[in-house]
Design a protein around this ligand. Structure first.
Ligand SMILES: Cc1ncc(COP(=O)(O)O)c(C=O)c1O
Length: 387
């Protein structure tokens, strides 16, 4: 028997990362020692206090019942306190919803607001969920906002026709370009969204992964943001907890309520024990300054970043080091698939930029989520491949 997929499934492009994982697995099964610098999943573990908290909370027999669709009150309180400490932003409990990682929230927010045919402005290149899991799976129409190097990988709002747009996704620190922004840009984004009545979904998943003194802002710090914006973040990158699936959406109450209403029909919130662990993890912040383990984490990433960028710089690629994320977006001066294939043949997997959208062509994303020795070995292989 064959059952036809719904049209919206047929409209989905292949999930790039799944394809890459398949190639890596195949190579590994052939005994090839491939160094994967392609997937954005940290190799570093969660801090020990998080693991201890997890053991404790899992053992609590009261932590295995359904949660609330909006999340546990303690969790929402902890998120609200974190916003105050980290960004000096006041958010009430009913402006917070717990999500199963920010990916789930980013996808489901469209279910609350997008009707078939509605336009959604999505950056290009971008994390694929905005166009696919969010827009296409709601039968919406994704309209790309090119992120060009000459505009510092920021969308040019003057070049966008906003008339039919209902929603817009923006993400900084950015995946895949690693670009960062200041509050002046965020103000422009908020003003644009307000002027044209567009829901602004701000993806701040990498807010805590930064180097050299840079601290990423929250869109909610901007005047007027609470009228139009909802921000998504999670413990995935900050606490190396990608598999624990715990995050939050925060901001405009009506937007948060819409997302909560969708979730109440689909899931019953993240497991209570992960929310309790998240409460303890977020409490490790005393101020806007990163807690000690995170500082250490970012120093390790910075050392790897320097190794990688210095190697690429020596062989003639760009030398500017990203201030945030664990990605290096290298201008490969040509076909990104050819560049990635050349490196794959040399034993290093990177992601061709075109996989993140048409405007990603000409670039490749290289992650530094491998131990320093492996990055050093990868650098050696890259240098050999280009000599
Ligand atoms: C830009 C961006 N947003 C969101 C996510 C989703 O993270 P999570 O669902 O683990 O919070 C990712 C994951 O790689 C990402 O790169």
């Amino acid at each position: 028997m064959t059952f036809e997929y719904a049209d919206r499934i047929n409209r989905l492009p292949p999930y790039l990362f799944a394809e890459i994982e398949k190639i890596i697995k195949e190579k590994k099964s052939q005994g090839i020692d491939l160094i994967s610098l392609s997937i954005g999943d940290p190799d570093l573990p969660p801090p020990p206090f998080v693991i201890e908290a997890l053991k404790q909370e899992v053992a609590d027999l009261k932590s295995h019942n359904y949660s609330f669709s909006q999340g546990e009150p303690d969790f929402r309180q902890a998120v609200s306190e974190w916003y105050k400490k980290r960004f000096n932003v006041d958010v009430a409990h009913d402006q917070v919803v717990a999500v199963l990682g920010s990916k789930e929230g980013l996808a489901n927010i469209a279910r609350a607001f997008i009707n078939p045919g509605d336009q959604v402005l999505v950056p290009d290149p971008a994390y694929p969920v905005y166009a696919n899991g969010s827009t296409i799976l709601c039968d919406g129409s994704a309209v790309p906002m090119p992120l060009l190097e000459e505009n510092n990988f920021q969308p040019n709002f003057e070049a966008i026709d906003p008339k039919k747009a209902k929603m817009m996704f923006i993400n900084y620190p950015n995946n895949p370009t690693a670009a960062t922004v200041d509050k002046k840009f965020l103000k422009k984004a908020v003003d644009f969204a307000k002027e044209h009545n567009i829901i602004l979904c701000y993806d701040n998943a990498y807010s805590e992964i930064s180097f050299d003194g840079y601290q990423a802002p929250s869109i909610l710090e901007i005047d007027g943001a609470m009228d139009v914006a909802v921000e998504f973040n999670s413990l995935s990158k900050t606490f190396n907890m990608t598999g624990d699936r715990i995050g939050f959406a925060v901001g405009n109450k009506h937007l948060v309520t819409g997302l909560t209403r969708v979730k109440s029909q689909i899931d019953s919130g993240p497991p209570v024990y992960t929310q309790k662990v998240a409460v303890k993890a977020l409490a490790s912040y005393n101020s806007r300054e990163a807690p000690a383990f995170l500082k250490e984490n970012n120093l390790i990433l910075r050392e790897r970043r320097d190794l990688l960028v210095d190697t690429l710089c020596k062989i003639g690629y760009q030398c500017d080091k990203p201030k945030a994320t664990f990605y290096f977006w290298v201008n490969c001066r040509g076909d990104s698939m050819k560049f990635a294939t050349r490196l794959l043949d040399a034993g290093v997997a990177v992601t061709p930029g075109v996989g993140f959208g048409k405007y990603g062509e000409g670039y490749a994303r290289i992650t530094f989520t491998q131990p320093k020795e492996r990055i050093a070995e990868a650098c050696q292989r890259i240098a050999n491949a280009f000599n």
